[in-house]
Design a protein around this ligand. Structure first.
Ligand SMILES: [Mg+2]
Length: 245
């Protein structure tokens, strides 16, 4: 590479990008227009390696991370409850109040909505069938928050994207897990499919607020549980296992 060409390449490339990104030697030595291999595709991470990391994270760090967030939420709710009229707490359900780890693990992190779930702990385990089993365990720090909030006179609303057809199973599961005495369980219309979960949940919180409740805290495992307003504070519980828009 001539000195002039090298200088032009360095300027075009940008110091930070070139210096930071390890590239094959030929990529650093050839200008892009003359080196068809200069821009190597960024290879995605290996999915089995990611699964190993997820299982390791769940085994060693997940519970601690969740506990830390819920401890902050509980301290805040206990302090804030007496400062507003009609205080309310909004909780998401899946991976916030209830753990679907047995389903996630059985399906090896591959989401399967339909089909039976009768081979646990092996898979496959259809998620809808799993919900109908009503066996998901409580996420204990959230149950502690739930009870602490109630003790402070805070109305607790579950706002979930589970469909209304799953109301019975969801109530049963919440009861089995220890959640009792909530104010309302809000589920989604099955026909409400053309908008994001975030838009749906924001509207549900707006309706709670319109009834005169002051939502002091909103707790969820997805940004779509939390973004959109209608809560004084939001608390994001860890969930690297799936993403909901
Ligand atoms: Mg969730």
């Amino acid at each position: 590479m001539t000195t002039l060409r090298a200088l032009a390449f360095a300027l075009a490339c940008g110091v930070a990008v070139c210096a930071a990104a390890p590239r094959p030697a030929h990529a650093a030595e050839c200008p892009p227009e003359q080196a068809p291999h200069a821009f190597e595709p960024v290879h995605p991470l290996n999915i089995d390696k990611i699964k190993e990391q997820l299982r390791d994270y769940h085994s060693h760090y997940y519970a601690g991370d969740v506990s830390a967030v819920l401890a902050d939420a509980q301290a805040y709710v206990q302090q804030r409850a007496g400062e507003v009229a009609r205080p309310a707490l909004v909780l998401d359900i899946d991976e916030t109040s209830l753990s679907n780890w047995r389903n996630l693990s059985a399906d090896d992190f591959g989401f399967i909505s339909k089909g039976p779930c009768n081979r646990l702990p092996d898979g496959p385990c259809g998620f809808n069938a799993w919900v109908l089993r009503a066996e998901a365990e409580a996420i204990e720090p959230t149950l502690a928050l739930f009870n602490a909030a109630k003790a402070k006179g805070v109305s607790v609303f579950f706002v979930t994207a589970r469909p209304k057809q799953q109301r019975h199973a969801t109530v049963l599961n919440l009861h089995r897990a220890g959640y009792r005495g909530w104010t309302e369980l809000v589920l989604r219309d099955a026909s409400d499919t053309k908008r994001s979960v975030q838009d749906y949940k924001t509207e549900m919180r707006s309706k709670i607020a319109a009834r005169g409740f002051a939502i002091i805290a909103n707790v969820g495992d997805q940004r779509s549980d939390l973004d959109g307003g209608y809560a004084d504070c939001t608390f994001k519980v860890a969930n690297p296992f799936y993403f909901i828009r």
